[in-house]
Design a protein around this ligand. Structure first.
Ligand code: HEC
Length: 208
């Protein structure tokens, strides 16, 4: 009985070593946060992402179609814009969009900054423009204080997109179960198996 258990553990050990080695060379690696994100910019971007004043009738924010609590999308086949305007395409998630090499289904925006200006101006999404948005936001001392602190030229359309893009770069699903597995679930299993085998007086060659 004890011998059978020993052989099963030895077999498990070799299988897990082989799998752990395979994972090290996987093209898929665990997701990571973008380094050097300015937390003040992220906070401002978070605020703007949830600000309905970016839409013409103050009814929609980015978060209306990219609902962060339900996977970063709106779970509709096609999004609904200002005044009930029906869009022509599904909203993708904004989570992990920092990893997209281009944005939108057809890749027409080369960066998150360029992308963020799109929905504000789109007549079937937020149906507004920078002039309108800036005139609303400039009446808000708290928002103005953040722009004054962070940007030499304070509140501009470009700076709104820079802040929103910084916030989106922080939306990374780090530490998912799959990533944790990539990061070393198998190495932990190896370790446990080695301890068990040592306890049974079986020595196995180990590597760092
Ligand atoms: C009315 C719903 C709606 C609103 C409001 C909206 N979006 Fe979107 N978003 C969409 C749809 C639909 C798409 C896909 C459009 C396409 O690919 O042509 C999209 C695409 C995107 C993408 C591209 C993701 C990818 O995987 O390519 C990002 C990023 C994004 N939106 C961010 C924002 C931001 C930032 C705002 C606010 C400034 C915003 N959205 C407001 C519906 C919306």
């Amino acid at each position: 009985m004890c011998n059978a258990l020993k052989y099963i553990l030895i077999l498990c050990f070799f299988v897990s070593v082989a799998l752990a080695d395979g994972v090290k060379n996987e093209p898929i690696q665990p997701l990571s946060m973008e380094p050097d994100l300015d937390p003040r910019l992220v906070t401002l971007g978070d605020r703007l992402f949830h600000d309905t004043r970016l839409s013409q009738d103050n009814s929609l924010s980015c978060a209306s179609c990219h609902v962060l609590s339900t996977g970063g999308s709106d779970h509709r086949a096609r999004s609904v814009g200002v005044g009930g305007a029906m869009g022509g395409i599904k909203a993708p998630t904004v989570y992990n969009s920092r990893y997209n090499f281009v944005q939108f289904w057809d890749g027409r925006a080369p960066s998150l900054e360029v992308q963020a200006s799109g929905p504000v101006h789109n007549p079937i999404e937020m149906n507004s423009n920078w002039e309108e948005v800036i005139s609303k936001l400039s009446n808000d001392p708290a928002v103005m204080e953040q722009f004054d602190t962070l940007f030499e030229d304070s509140l501009t359309g470009d700076n709104i997109t820079i802040a929103i893009a910084a916030f989106e770069r922080s939306l990374v699903t780090v530490n998912s179960r799959f990533d944790r597995w990539l990061q070393g679930g198998l190495r932990l299993m190896n370790f446990v198996l080695i301890v068990c085998l040592r306890a049974m007086d079986v020595s196995v060659a180990t590597r760092a």
